[in-house]
Design a protein around this ligand. Structure first.
Ligand SMILES: Cc1cc2nc3c(=O)[nH]c(=O)nc-3n(C[C@H](O)[C@H](O)[C@H](O)COP(=O)(O)O)c2cc1C
Length: 224
């Protein structure tokens, strides 16, 4: 079944529980090749990826999960997490969190369960393939926009082939371990991760459909 672009956009959702079935390397390559058609300012294509599966993925998971038990310095992101918490963003974030934690059956204030659930990020939510995106530290905000386009192109190309994804800013925490395990050079930041695989349709967390603000709230039309 071939989906239209609109159908892919409507159907894609962040998936936070995956089936373990492996994704063939050729399929991952196909997705990445087409996603690399994403635009970038002056075509600099600033993105680089580490694609992990099998033992490499398991090692990364093991190392990060062990490291986070040690009260590490790199629980803070290495870059760019300086935005003030303010409205309307905090309300939207809380709404999403409340809906997700209700589906997960985690009661408000259960610190231990929250900690464990946050840790699921570093297991790529059970997805067989994990992607870690890095960027040259010398580049500026416009290039991060470019990487966002690339990541979204991966998400759409995956969905068009029946695969699911979850973008994960969480991977810019515990960056020193990811840097060591994947040998990311010191002149690059770890921007985010992406889980890739097939959704576990039976897991309630995957029924979450996040809301969107109405058009009038974000678009100002001029001259029509
Ligand atoms: C840049 C970026 C970082 C994200 N980081 C995480 C993350 O670390 N963990 C997670 O569970 N979801 C993460 N998400 C998923 C968002 O929560 C999700 O996209 C948003 O709630 C909208 O829901 P939808 O993707 O299902 O439409 C991230 C999404 C983006 C675009």
């Amino acid at each position: 079944m071939t989906l239209s672009v609109d159908e892919v956009l409507e159907r894609r959702r962040s998936i936070r529980a995956f089936r373990p079935d492996p994704v063939p390397r050729e399929l991952v390559e196909e997705i990445l090749r087409v996603a690399a058609r994403a635009p970038s300012g002056t075509n600099i294509q600033p993105w680089k990826l580490h694609v992990v599966a099998g033992e490499a993925r398991a090692e990364l998971e093991r190392e990060v999960l062990a490291h986070r038990e040690t009260d590490p310095h790199d629980v803070e992101a290495e870059f760019g997490r300086t935005a003030k918490r303010k409205e309307p963003y905090t309300s939207r974030m809380r709404k999403l969190g409340k809906e997700m934690y209700t589906l997960l059956g985690i009661p408000k204030g259960d610190q231990e369960a929250n900690w464990r659930q946050w840790g699921r990020n570093f297991q790529f939510f059970g997805a067989p393939v994990g992607l870690i995106l890095t960027i040259d530290k010398d580049l500026d905000a416009m290039s991060y926009l470019d990487t966002g386009m690339f990541v979204f192109a991966i998400m759409l190309a995956a969905k068009a082939r029946g695969l699911d994804t979850c973008a994960q800013g969480a991977w810019n925490n515990y960056w020193s371990v990811t840097r060591r395990v994947l040998q990311v050079p010191d002149d690059r930041y770890i921007v985010c991760g992406l889980s890739l695989g097939w959704a576990d349709e039976d897991d309630p967390v995957n029924t979450l459909v996040s809301e969107r603000e109405p058009l009038e709230s974000f678009a100002t039309f001029h001259g029509f």
